[in-house]
Design a protein around this ligand. Structure first.
Ligand SMILES: NC(=O)c1ccc[n+]([C@@H]2O[C@H](COP(=O)([O-])OP(=O)(O)OC[C@H]3O[C@@H](n4cnc5c(N)ncnc54)[C@H](OP(=O)(O)O)[C@@H]3O)[C@@H](O)[C@H]2O)c1
Ligand SMILES: *[C@@H]1O[C@H](CO)[C@@H](O)[C@H](O)[C@H]1NC(C)=O
Ligand SMILES: *[C@@H]1O[C@H](CO)[C@@H](O)[C@H](O)[C@H]1NC(C)=O
Ligand SMILES: *[C@@H]1O[C@H](CO)[C@@H](O)[C@H](O)[C@H]1NC(C)=O
Length: 333
């Protein structure tokens, strides 16, 4: 067992890339490709998607991110930020700051395109907006099939997955994976398809650490990306019932001071030490730079135990309105 785990460890943490403060680990995917262990999120929140693309804020953030050493950008067709992400990457390529192969781009298939003949056109549409020839990772955003107006339709995610395997074979997505799948769904997917997902993207933060799911993915050699890494630490974003801690928690402030870091930085550091890939979102230049500056220190076991104690299985992203779907992935409330 130990030898097996050591093997997986060597397999997953195989290489490193430079960051301003030290090496960022790179994960070896089960399809042989590499995935940078830290990325930038680009979801602007549950606001009307019309009009986002006219603003430059995501494009600027991605440019600052690339300058600061980020090599992994997370977007999705539903975020309506693919065009800005693509503009930023293409400009940085034109300026010779990076080459296309240096940047790992993830985008996601929305719920309205789960039919077997809808996946290829949806990805082509994303590539057109990104103005790229391929994405590095294409994720099924949710296991749920639903029209844009919210009505569910009945397509099994196994069928959607077969169409995702086909777009990978075409080279339009170098790797494929899923998001918001629970363990039972992953098991069913793995035992009924020819290609195992390379990546699972799920919510992971102090209040939702999902140790069992992480253990299962480790066994299956599926690399895990953690979304909404800050969870409820910011008082202006937290729901009133959200469990502690907040960013001004004295214990966290003390740990941050010890390392000359901020509380958001030590939270991200903890997630990195769980061997998952955090993808914090910010459109603020100083925060873009701050968030990646976490690779020059290590938490102690005692500190990790404190972080672990905040795990209350509390979900920040919980689309209860989708509970009617037969493929709703979370506990019913
Ligand atoms: N697969 C999925 O279903 C799914 C779901 C949710 C999210 N995601 C992905 O995960 C990414 C991250 O999740 P998220 O956007 O929900 O939340 P998040 O990254 O946990 O938090 C974003 C918020 O934190 C603020 N922030 C960032 N860094 C900060 C810092 N150092 N100090 C203070 N405030 C800071 C940002 O503010 P400013 O921007 O104003 O600076 C923004 O309001 C998304 O953007 C998206 O790419 C995926
Ligand atoms: C939602 O859209 C679908 C597909 O266009 C349509 O068949 C369905 O009637 C719509 N439902 C509602 C409630 O508008
Ligand atoms: C898929 O795999 C499960 C085992 O995880 C099995 O019970 C099921 O019959 C398989 N087939 C389908 C179509 O779900
Ligand atoms: C503490 O961090 C700040 C911001 O990163 C930096 O400017 C400063 O030099 C650091 N101080 C020490 C003592 O390392």
């Amino acid at each position: 067992m130990f030898v097996y785990k050591l093997f997986i460890f060597i397999l997953t943490i195989s290489a490193t890339v430079a960051s301003p403060s030290g090496p960022i680990q790179t994960f070896k995917l089960n399809d042989g490709r590499d995935m940078p262990g830290f990325g930038l999120g680009t979801w602007l929140g549950f606001i009307s998607t019309s009009g986002n693309s006219k603003s430059q804020e995501v494009e600027n953030a991605v440019k600052w991110a690339i300058d600061a050493g980020y090599r992994h950008i997370d977007t999705a067709s539903i975020y309506d930020t693919e065009d800005q992400v693509g503009n930023a990457i293409n400009k940085k390529i034109a300026e010779d700051v990076v080459k296309r192969e240096d940047i790992f781009v993830t985008t996601k298939l929305w719920n309205d395109a789960h039919g077997r003949y809808s996946v290829l056109p949806a990805l082509k549409n994303s590539l057109k907006k990104l103005n790229l020839d391929y994405v590095d990772m294409y994720l099924m955003h949710w296991p749920i099939a639903q029209y844009l107006n919210g009505t569910f339709y009945d397509v099994d995610y196994l069928e959607t997955w077969e169409a995702m395997i086909a777009v990978q074979k075409k080279g339009l997505a170098k790797s494929i994976g899923v998001s918001n799948f629970n363990k039972a769904m992953l098991e069913r997917l793995i035992s009924n398809s020819s290609v195992k997902p390379a990546n699972l993207q799920v919510e992971l933060n102090l209040n939702l650490q999902q140790p069992e799911l992480l253990e299962y993915c480790k066994e299956q050699n599926i690399v895990v990306t953690g979304y909404t890494p800050f969870g409820s630490i910011f008082p202006n974003k937290a729901r009133s019932e959200a469990p502690p801690p907040r960013v001004d928690d004295p214990k966290l402030v003390d740990i941050a001071k010890k390392y000359n870091k901020t509380v958001p930085q030590i939270v991200l550091r903890y997630l990195v030490e769980l061997n998952i890939i955090p993808i914090p979102k910010t459109i603020t230049k100083s925060r873009v730079e701050q968030n990646i500056d976490i690779f020059d220190f290590k938490l102690t076991q005692e500190e990790r135990d404190l972080f672990k104690s905040y795990d209350t299985n509390y979900r920040t992203i919980e689309p209860k309105m989708w509970q009617e779907s037969p493929y709703y992935p979370f506990e019913m409330k």
